[in-house]
Design a protein around this ligand. Structure first.
Ligand code: PEP
Ligand code: MN
Length: 266
């Protein structure tokens, strides 16, 4: 069992020039999906101005229903890259298929492996072989140990640039979208040598609860947040109910700052 605090300095992972697992608390923000050039550029501008450190957005969307919007695919990655460079934020985006890994590795700042692919071992290994940073989400049915073993698959393929992301697990009740397992995230942080962030948007699904969940994540000593922010949530083609408006994201950032006496935001 590794005492994380003891060799904390060895666990820092960078997305672009943004460090995860160092002292500052890091914020990844952006829409669920890239919808158009204007929309992702506007979203990047908003979240950057409001204090996000990294841009998120999906071009390949793992939708539960095959009839839902599946994302713009590779052209969406180009739009993300453009928005990211224009507004000075590195970006992370989900990879769904092993066959896209090589092409994406040339242009993404970090891969996201979604909850549904946490144990897609061929995909984990393909991403690991590129050496690019990866945000590995926990599957909603996985134990923390299974999550860390999934990370080992990436590591064994050749990359230690792994950030773990808790995004809610299935328990019972649908009052919140999933159940945010902060304790599981803390356990994974202590047990592994890796930075751990929390995605309260997918875990909880209710914009009004996110700022408190964000503050709890900071207070728990975790390494950062991933939140969905959309310039016009009611128009979103994916996860419309859970996206924060830029105004609510501004409130969340202001709320976080109240808890940073001992721990600065990046
Ligand atoms: C997402 O980040 O948009 C997403 C699909 O997340 P998850 O894999 O956690 O459901
Ligand atoms: Mn989403």
């Amino acid at each position: 069992r590794t005492g994380r605090r003891m060799d904390r300095s060895r666990h820092v992972v960078h997305i672009g020039d943004v460090p995860f697992g160092a002292e500052p608390f890091v914020v990844i923000a952006g829409p669920c999906a890239v919808e158009s050039a204007e929309m992702i550029s506007h979203a990047a501008e908003c979240v950057g101005k409001l204090g996000a450190n990294v841009l998120r957005g999906g071009a390949f969307k793992p939708r539960t229903s095959p009839y839902s919007f599946q994302g713009l695919g590779m052209p969406g990655i180009e739009l993300l890259q453009k928005a990211s460079r224009t507004h000075g934020l590195p970006f992370v985006t989900e990879v769904l298929s092993e066959s896209d890994v090589e092409q994406m590795a040339e242009c993404v700042d970090a891969f996201q492996i979604g909850a549904r692919n946490m144990q897609n071992f061929a995909l984990l290994e393909a991403v690991g072989r590129t050496g690019r940073p990866v945000v590995l989400k926990r599957n909603f049915g996985a134990t923390p140990t299974e999550w860390l073993l999934a990370a080992e698959h990436v590591a064994r393929a050749g990359s230690d640039q792994i950030i773990l992301c808790e995004r809610g697990i299935r328990s019972f009740g649908d009052e919140t979208r999933f159940t945010l397992d902060l304790a599981g995230a803390m356990w994974a942080q202590d047990e592994s040598r890796l930075p751990v962030i929390v995605d309260p948007s997918h875990a909880i699904g209710l914009p009004r609860l996110l700022k408190r969940a964000a503050a709890a994540t900071l207070a728990a000593g975790l390494d950062g947040l991933m939140v969905e922010v959309h310039p016009e949530p009611s128009e979103a083609r994916c996860d419309a109910d859970q996206a924060l408006t830029p105004e609510l994201f501004d409130e969340l950032m202001a709320h976080l700052k109240r808890f940073t006496v001992e721990r600065p935001l990046l």
